[in-house]
Design a protein around this ligand. Structure first.
Ligand SMILES: [Zn+2]
Length: 87
């Protein structure tokens, strides 16, 4: 998977996971639907896990999870330009 796609998938997973989990709690503090809440948590965790696997520098493989904010223009480890790389 492309590291940019991975980042997008991560955020979509976060949003969907949180929404599904919130539906499982009916918006309150009590879990009214454990299944929905569980599925939401699984989606959230899976989206995070795939980001640790795929959200990496395409050149040296350095995990970009260590970089805060948006996708960096340069890899903090190898210094290569990564935000313009189309692969
Ligand atoms: Zn790199």
């Amino acid at each position: 998977m492309n590291f940019k796609t991975s980042r997008t998938v991560m955020w979509i997973g976060f949003v969907i996971g949180i929404i599904v989990a919130l539906i499982g709690t009916s918006g309150g503090n009590e879990v009214t639907n454990p299944w929905l809440f569980g599925i939401g948590m699984v989606i959230f965790i899976l989206s995070l896990l795939q980001a640790f696997i795929f959200y990496r520098c395409p050149i040296c493989g350095y995990s970009l999870m260590n970089v805060k904010g948006c996708i960096p223009k340069y890899c903090p480890k190898c210094g290569e330009v990564i935000n313009d790389v189309q692969r």
